[in-house]
Design a protein around this ligand. Sequence first.
Ligand SMILES: O=C(CO)COP(=O)(O)O
Length: 120
Amino acid sequence: MEIALIAHDGKKAEMVQFLNEHRDILHQKKINLVSTGTTGEKVKKAGFEVHALLSGPMGGDAQIAARVAQGQCDMVLFFRDPLDRHPHEPDILMLMRLCDVHNIPLATNPATAELLIKAV
Ligand SMILES: O=C(CO)COP(=O)(O)O
């Protein structure tokens, strides 16, 4: 199973905390992690194996959207920062749209991610 991880800058610490709290599930269920670039760097530093793609504003969200469209990605954990502006907003909307098109579970905050990860 592949889970995509994306966190805006103001939410990266929460992403690392979330992963640390669910390290056992991720390990036991043999989950493959992919991420956008900078999120991936933080996740790697926390000791997780992750396939980091491009940074979000450089096309990372679009790469994850493509994985969703191609059936490679089974779940998206996208900790968005609703209080910040993002130059690549069209890519963000595309990713969320494609999750809905392909019926892929998408969590946009830690509380929802908690519910999803417990269902894995
Ligand atoms: O911008 C992002 C999501 O829209 C996240 O990208 P980074 O992980 O490269 O910061």
